[in-house]
Design a protein around this ligand. Structure first.
Ligand SMILES: [Mg+2]
Length: 317
């Protein structure tokens, strides 16, 4: 893995804030997307790095992948760890690595036991953001410590949501293992889902029953979280607890639609949205429409090999 170019900037002149604002207005296809950092050209001038990865089909191929894909994906995990060690040395240990997943902590830990290669990777993690961003943990050899001030939510009646939503046709409540303190999760019937339409439909229902919430839908799973709670917000909260001495360059890696907030958070913070080569077409299309080209990287290689490829690319900019 290449050594990063610390304190190196390729830009001789820096446009004024006004010029950037004009650039934002001309480039942005969404009115709410006005973040200046999103449009700053990438240059590698950071003294710390955060690598935040989704697990299923980003770090580790899911179980219904072919045996060949599974074997290749698992083998790539050790390469990623070797690369991370090299980067840690290059950054004087100012590197943090962790998971940002839809899994609960219990499911994360179960998977660590079940899949030893993933267990080894998890042992190298500094943090885990679980349950689609609604829980966050700092990891240490003593075990994961929950960050108790996340999410900061005044009112959240998970029970009422569990009871209230199954009345919608085609939606069924997941089992207890899929539920969290701040996450209510359902299964949605059907295969060819229109993500935006389902989110709009459920959001409309929530408004009609007086509930403000984040609605996240991906791969048949529908998650309802407190407002402004998602993978990206959870990650940004946990980064503040990581003891980094400098504002980090954030790489957010994910493969499916429930990773879009993770990718968006990394991109908007001036980092990189990283999609492995196997990323779902819906996420690829969303990223192409939403994330500026210099803030996203579509890896050629799949799974952890794609993550390593993207980190290498970023550090060489
Ligand atoms: Mg995934």
């Amino acid at each position: 893995m290449a050594t990063h170019k610390s304190h190196f900037s390729i830009f001789a002149t820096v446009p004024s804030l006004g010029e950037y604002t004009a650039m934002c207005k001309s480039l942005c296809i969404h009115n709410h997307c006005s973040d200046i950092y999103n449009y700053l050209p990438m240059s590698f001038n950071y003294e710390s790095l955060v690598l935040a990865c989704d697990i299923d089909d980003t770090l580790v191929p899911v179980s219904d992948r072919s045996p060949e894909e599974r074997a290749m994906g698992l083998a790539a995990l050790s390469d990623l760890l070797i690369g991370l060690e090299e980067i840690r040395i290059g950054f004087n240990e100012q590197v943090r690595f962790g998971s940002v997943t839809g899994r609960s902590l219990a499911s994360h830990q179960e998977y660590e036991m079940q899949e030893p290669a993933f267990g080894t990777v998890a042992n190298a993690m500094d943090f885990s953001v679980t349950s689609v961003g609604s829980e966050a943990y700092i990891r240490s050899p003593e075990g994961p410590q929950r960050i108790t001030d996340w999410p900061n939510v005044a009112r959240w009646d998970a029970f009422a949501l569990r009871e209230g939503l199954p009345m919608l046709p085609g939606i069924t409540l997941q089992g207890e293992e899929g539920q969290g303190d701040y996450k209510v999760s359902f299964m949605v019937e059907g295969k060819d889902h229109d993500h935006e339409a389902i989110i709009a439909w459920v959001s409309q229902h929530l408004i009609s029953i007086g509930v403000t919430a984040s609605v996240i839908f991906s791969g048949g799973y529908l998650d309802i979280l407190p407002p402004d709670v998602d993978k990206g917000a959870g990650l940004l909260h946990v980064i503040g607890k990581l003891g980094l001495l400098h504002e980090p360059f954030i790489v957010g890696a994910g493969d499916s639609m429930n990773d879009k907030h993770l990718l968006q958070a990394a991109s908007r913070a001036g980092g990189l949205a990283l999609l492995p080569g196997n990323a779902h077409p819906a996420l690829v299309s969303w990223a192409q429409r939403t994330i500026p080209p210099h803030r996203r990287y579509m890896a050629k290689r799949p799974f952890a090999a794609g993550v390593r490829e993207g980190v290498d690319w970023a550090l060489n900019q």
